[in-house]
Write a protein that binds this ligand. Structure first.
Ligand code: SF4
Length: 503
């Protein structure tokens, strides 16, 4: 889609708003990609898809207009605000203009589409931050919800979802202490690669020889992290091992890693230990007993689907029965909190197939259920095979079914996030039986607390105690690069103490 900004140098610097326009374009017209033609767009009906934005000041009012052409039809949207906002401090003025641009584009776009997306004009990854901030500034839950619906045109179902998660976030925030952080350990290996995967995870069949050196690197980083945290006077509140699939490690390897974590990290105040056991084809009794023996209280066993045909289509080499067996084994070993992930929108899935999968997971009695919406990204083999995917409308029905069914079964939503290129512009939601939510998922998603990452593909996010500053320190993505940069990775841990000393 061609995007053009009418120049008005005294009023705005259009380049600053490219990102906002692109975000709204992806929300309304997901298949489109932005272009910025040098020639003027005349926006005549029947011309190519395009959007033209103009900002004008007339007396006390500023007006942002969007002229949008889509599949031969044209519509105009506008958003007006007090002209005095243009003279506000630059950051404030930028946000006001950005919001007006999105709303003008949204009004024109939805007029052409004849419908509004579930999240309205909200384009960010973390929609929960808005109601959280509103309530922190004194709004009642009802006012926070109404603001989402009024200012961003969010649907009532989604505003309730965001509000529930905001309340869970505020409840957790009130328990956090300034000297606490969370720790993430990444094991970017999997037994095989799923068709929809865009993570850095390496197929262990081809990278087996890297696992042992990688583990050695992680053990060294665990020790360095422990020293850095103690030097900064920090302790660990929650511990999370993800991937990839951490249980790709053998039982002795997992034992070495968890022993190193217990000995190296300041875990004396840690209240939550999670390990993603992920794929059933990596789970056996010996590994589960190692996890249990090290005090891991929460594990994930992620079916994604319980439909045989869908498992084949995503490249899994196990059956639905293997998932049920892994779950039963985990209960037998004594795990009292199990999360199960499902994905809506997988290839060869259907509304009825998704419903069967969700009902199957609920019948098992998982304490946490995370419902993802398929997001296709570069790097996933599915990107090329869109014909196998259920339609966006069907995915929306799956999500609606999950909302109603999980609420009906007594689960509550406690964290959510959205991604680019997500089917139907929907969301990923973590659900929990009351009181069993994962603190790590909330603090990580809502950026409430520092998360120190260890291992390839992880990003340490240092959050200042007042929450106003976030410093990102990424580790190299791929195991090979991680190993090649060990010294840099270890040296980077020194920044933790420096960051906290500055706050
Ligand atoms: S289990 Fe997860 S990380 Fe591993 S290949 Fe599949 S989607 Fe990727």
């Amino acid at each position: 889609m061609k995007l053009q900004f009418v120049p008005a140098p005294a009023l705005w610097q259009p380049e600053r708003y490219h990102y906002a326009a692109e975000q709204m374009m992806l929300t309304l017209f997901p298949g489109e990609r932005p272009e910025y033609p040098p020639e003027t767009l005349h926006m005549v009906e029947g011309e190519e898809n395009g959007a033209r934005f103009a900002l004008e000041r007339e007396g006390d009012t500023a007006r942002l207009t969007a002229q949008v052409c889509w599949q031969g039809r044209q519509a105009r949207g506008e958003d007006a605000f007090p002209a005095g906002e243009l003279d506000a401090p630059p950051e404030r003025a930028y946000h006001v203009v950005q919001h007006a641009l999105k709303m003008a584009f949204y009004r024109a776009g939805t007029a052409l589409l004849g419908k509004e997306p579930p999240w309205g004009a909200l384009t960010g990854v973390r929609p929960v931050k808005l109601p959280t901030r509103s309530m922190e500034q004194g709004a009642s839950p009802r006012q926070a919800r109404e603001e989402l619906e009024r200012e961003y045109r969010v649907s009532p179902v989604r505003s309730q979802l965001a509000l529930d998660c905001a309340q869970a976030s505020l409840a957790v925030k009130s328990t956090l202490k300034p000297h606490e952080v969370s720790v993430y350990v990444g094991i970017p290996f999997c037994p095989t690669r799923c068709a929809y995967c865009s993570f850095v995870s390496a197929d262990v069949g081809r990278t087996l020889k890297l696992v042992e050196p990688y583990l050695e690197g992680v053990l060294e980083e665990v020790a360095a992290t422990g020293r850095a945290l103690r030097e900064a006077g920090l302790t660990v509140r929650s511990f999370y091992m993800g991937g990839g699939t951490p249980t790709t490690l053998s039982a002795p390897q997992m034992d070495r890693l968890l022993t190193a974590c217990r000995e190296g990290l300041p875990l004396e105040g840690c209240t939550e230990y999670t390990v993603e056991a992920g794929r059933p084809d990596t789970i056996n009794r010996e590994k589960l007993e190692v996890l249990k023996g090290h005090g891991i209280g929460r594990i994930s066993i992620n079916p994604q689907t319980l439909e045989e045909e869908v498992l084949v289509a995503i490249g899994r080499k196990h059956s639905p029965q293997d998932i049920l067996d892994a779950y039963a084994l985990a209960r037998e070993v004594g795990f009292a909190c199990i999360n199960m992930d499902l994905i809506a929108g997988l290839p060869r899935d259907s509304f009825s197939g998704f419903c069967r999968s969700l009902e199957g997971v609920l019948a098992l009695g998982a304490e946490n259920v995370t419902v993802h919406t398929l997001a296709l990204k570069k790097g996933s083999t599915l990107m090329e095979r869109g014909d196998l995917l259920p339609a966006g409308g069907e995915v929306e029905e799956m999500l609606s079914f999950s909302l109603n069914t999980l609420r009906g079964a007594g689960y509550v939503p406690y964290y959510l996030y959205r991604q680019k290129y997500m089917s139907g512009s929907l969301e990923n939601v973590g659900w929990t039986k009351p009181g069993l939510e994962s603190l790590y998922n909330i603090v990580m998603m809502e950026e409430l607390q520092t998360v120190v990452s260890i291992g390839g593909g992880g990003v340490t996010k240092l959050v200042s105690p007042d929450g106003r500053r976030i410093l990102r320190l990424p580790n190299p993505k791929y195991p090979h690069d991680y190993l090649a940069s060990r010294e840099k990775v270890l040296a980077q841990k020194g920044e933790i103490a420096a960051f906290y000393a500055g706050h």
